[in-house]
Design a protein around this ligand. Structure first.
Ligand code: NAD
Length: 499
């Protein structure tokens, strides 16, 4: 029997009324395990109305009281970690260990957001003029929304809602229709933690639900994460409707390998960052750039050996290095990208197409695929593949290597492996991407710094988590006051200045 999921509006599970559903698979077996309703515009409007009403009182709670709800939520999620990780793995396909990481990375942003009393403090200048004090207040925007991708169904919703809620907003989440159960569970846990009903709502759906959020003037800000074409669409539409928007898109993350790097460390790092979670991470490394032919030849050998040893299995199989892709369509799409690489003349060192996992022949599996001699005119290099495909693009010099990520259309993450501090420092200063790792393969910043890519990886001017997140979810009011009252200087027709 296929479970029927709901929306979560006004503190309650609400069945869908559209008659439209999307299948939720267990990617490890290929079976449909649930179906999720796709909301109508009216259902989204009902969530917005609930959120708008609930926000008025929520914003009156002092920041410390709001933060206590987040702290209680942290206790609840810690208690539930095992079952949440298994549920997440069963809908997404990533391993349970990786699913724990997904939840934990979100938890760390809730921990950060619980510092709201400090983060919401404004600035103050006493005595800016005669008897004049100037100070700023950070006030919530009202109703804000998040639209999130399938690949981190816990982490990214938590990155969005944590700072938004702590700042006194109410929040509507439109999670991915591929793995909606964890977001629904998160909403339940927040309610249990003492969040007033209606402050956090989950509306499941597709473009209809997204457009309803974009067009409604009661929604003041949209935080999006997903593919670049949708990020661009949401950024433009949100702006056209007078909303704040931060929209994060796709990626093509390079790892530069200098000749002085420890190649065993590099190969291990590339295997984990390239194939972990089946390559379905926006911070996956998908391009290895060894500098010099000797480095490239040695690296290609080490990677080929390691790729052979990888274990692909059911998401609940503890021995699996990675599990299935999210859908059958994703497998077909990545296989087509592999074929295009072969047709373009790249050298296929390992071909992951056509693998099956015993007992789970209908699962959405794809083996690790490795290409060498990929050139910068090939689609395999130019486009995001979002699967377990790692390519080697050889560079003759450091300057050639530096140019590759700097000139690529995407600018999410990049990393360099070297033992030379001068090179590392030069690279971090000059490379044209938003997040940089030095001897770190996946440079996802910790919760109290900000996360965001450049170029076609990010649209909008404030990043996720860290101090930027509180700037994004608040508006600044600046107060200029003079005391004591009653000072009489007569009318002045000149703009006031500080002289
Ligand atoms: P996606 O763009 O297909 O979907 C993301 C969200 O947009 C989902 O909630 C989906 O329902 C909604 N959506 C899809 N089509 C829409 C449409 N036509 N109109 C309005 N809304 C629509 O992305 P995905 O496949 O879920 O996620 C994978 C992508 O996300 C990859 O490109 C990956 O690089 C990117 N990603 C980026 C980051 C980052 O921080 N830059 C993080 C994670 C994932």
């Amino acid at each position: 029997m296929v479970r029927e999921l709901t929306h979560f509006i006004g503190g309650q599970h609400v069945s869908g009324t559209s008659g439209r559903f999307s299948d939720v698979f267990d990617p490890s077996t290929g079976a449909v395990q649930a179906r999720v309703p796709l909301a109508t515009t009216a259902e989204v409007e009902s969530a917005i109305a609930n959120a708008e009403e609930a926000q008025l009182e929520w914003a009156t709670w002092n920041p410390q009281r709001r933060a206590r709800v987040l702290l209680t939520f942290l206790d609840l999620i810690a208690k539930d970690m095992d079952s949440l990780a298994r549920l997440l793995a069963s809908e997404h396909g990533k391993t349970v260990a990786d699913a724990r990481g997904d939840i934990q990375r979100g938890v760390e942003v809730i921990e950060f957001a619980a510092g709201a009393p400090h983060l919401l403090k404004g600035e103050y200048t006493g005595g800016a003029g005669s008897g004049i004090d100037v100070y700023s207040l950070r006030q919530p925007l009202g109703v804000v929304a998040g639209i999130t991708p399938f690949n981190f169904p816990a982490m990214i919703p938590l990155w969005k809602m944590g700072p938004a809620l702590a700042a006194g907003n109410s929040f509507i989440l439109k999670p991915s229709e591929r793995d909606p159960s964890i977001p629904l569970r998160i909403a339940e846990l927040f309610l249990e933690a003492g969040l007033p009903a209606g402050v956090l709502n989950v509306v499941n759906g597709d473009k209809v639900a997204v457009d309803a959020l974009l067009h409604d003037e009661r929604v003041k800000a949209i935080g999006f994460v997903g593919s670049t074409p949708i990020a661009q669409y949401i950024y433009q539409t949100a702006a056209a409707h007078g909303k704040r928007a931060q929209c994060f898109g796709g990626a093509k993350n390079h790892m530069i390998v200098m000749p002085d790097a420890d190649l065993d460390q590099v190969a291990d790092a590339l295997i984990g960052a390239g194939y972990g979670s089946a390559g379905e991470r926006c911070m996956a490394i998908s391009v290895a750039v060894p500098v010099g032919q000797e480095t490239a030849d040695a690296l290609a050998v080490k990677l080929t050996e390691r790729v052979r040893d990888l274990t692909i299995g059911h998401s609940l199989d503890e021995k699996a290095d990675y599990g299935p892709l999210i859908t059958r369509e994703a497998v077909v799409r990545v296989e087509a990208a592999i074929q295009a690489g072969v047709d373009a003349g790249a050298e296929l060192l390992a071909d992951g197409r056509g693998i099956t996992v015993d007992g789970y022949e209908s699962g959405f599996y794809l083996g690790p695929t490795l290409f060498d001699h990929v050139t910068t005119d090939m689609d395999l290099y130019l486009e995001e593949v979002f699967g377990p495909v790692l390519i080697i693009v050889r560079a003759d010099t450091y300057e050639d290597a530096l140019r590759l990520p700097s000139e690529h259309q995407y600018g999410n993450g990049v990393s360099i492996f070297t033992r030379d501090g001068d090179t590392a420092r030069d690279f971090t200063a000059r490379v044209n991407t938003g997040m940089v790792g030095v001897n770190v393969p996946i440079p996802v910043p910790i919760a109290y710094h900000t996360f965001g890519g450049w170029k076609k990886s990010g649209f909008g001017d404030l990043n996720q988590h860290g101090p930027d997140s509180f700037r994004f979810y608040t508006k600044t009011k600046t107060v200029t006051s003079r005391w004591p009252s009653g000072i009489k200087e007569g009318a002045s027709f000149v703009i006031p200045t500080m002289h």
